[in-house]
Write a protein of this length. Structure first.
Ligand code: ADP
Ligand code: ADP
Ligand code: ZN
Length: 214
């Protein structure tokens, strides 16, 4: 099963992608997580990506596409995968289609998690990320058992730099200009499904599994 998660920043793509990965036993591939790991490890890629991420801009396509294609060629992706945060531009989507085509494959599902802009700022200002393992929480909607401490690894929780309201506004603008056209792209490909992302996490997941099948 090969799945793409679409949606605005903060729509809940990562939250749902993790649940899909666990239920269907396929890898969760988040380009945002890959970039943040590179930043943490001080790699060249991390240094380059950070300058864009800090401004709420997309990292250039040429820094993203090869990275994802290499990842998809690893053995654990043979039975499928869930992509979270990629593709984010039409050229990225075209590169993905071509890379799969050369292997005689294609994507099965593109799931758009639909959340209006007015809900997004709220979502992002309450999002907390673990510095240790990258787990994601929300101070109101997905709280940890102990405030400020990761349930999984005991790590410290932080507000991501790019989740501050002034950067979120930029990211939303970039989303509408560069990523939203993918909805049309995957509608034409015949694989787009939309779920209401404003309901509870478990209810969104129910809608997702109805689409994917048991
Ligand atoms: P969110 O969870 O809010 O959707 P991500 O963690 O997916 O954000 O991405 C954080 C940042 O990493 C983006 O704002 C962008 O700068 C960069 N990024 C992640 N994925 C991509 C991609 N496919 N193309 C370009 N930039 C990306
Ligand atoms: P994305 O990967 O699309 O940027 P996340 O999965 O990180 O989004 O979710 C953004 C924030 O909203 C997180 O703090 C998360 O815990 C919270 N969240 C996710 N889904 C829901 C939901 N259905 N209702 C309320 N809050 C949610
Ligand atoms: Zn953790």
């Amino acid at each position: 099963m090969k799945i793409i998660m679409l949606g605005a920043p903060g729509a809940g793509k990562g939250t749902q992608a993790k649940k899909i990965a666990a239920k269907y036993e396929i890898p969760h591939i988040s380009t945002g997580d890959i970039f943040r790991a590179n930043i943490k490890n001080g790699t060249e890629l991390g240094k380059k990506a950070k300058t864009y991420m800090d401004q709420g801009l997309l990292v250039p396509d040429e820094l993203v596409v090869d990275l994802v294609v290499d990842r998809l060629n690893q053995d654990d992706c043979k039975k499928g995968f869930v992509l979270d945060g990629f593709p984010r531009t039409i050229p990225q989507a075209e590169a993905l289609t071509e890379a799969l085509q050369s292997l005689g494959q294609s994507m099965d599902f593109a799931i758009d998690v639909n959340v209006p802009d007015q809900n997004i700022i709220n979502r992002m200002s309450g999002r907390r990320a673990c510095v240790g393992c990258g787990a994601t929480y929300h101070i109101v909607y997905a709280p940890t058992k102990t405030e400020g401490i990761c349930d999984h690894c005991g790590g410290e929780l932080i507000l991501r730099d790019d989740d501050k309201p002034e950067t979120v506004e930029n990211r939303l603008k970039v989303y509408h200009e560069q990523t939203q056209p993918l909805i049309d792209y995957y509608t034409k490909a015949g694989i787009l499904h939309t779920v209401d992302g404003t309901v509870d996490i478990e209810d969104v997941f129910k809608a997702v599994t109805d689409i994917l099948g048991a």
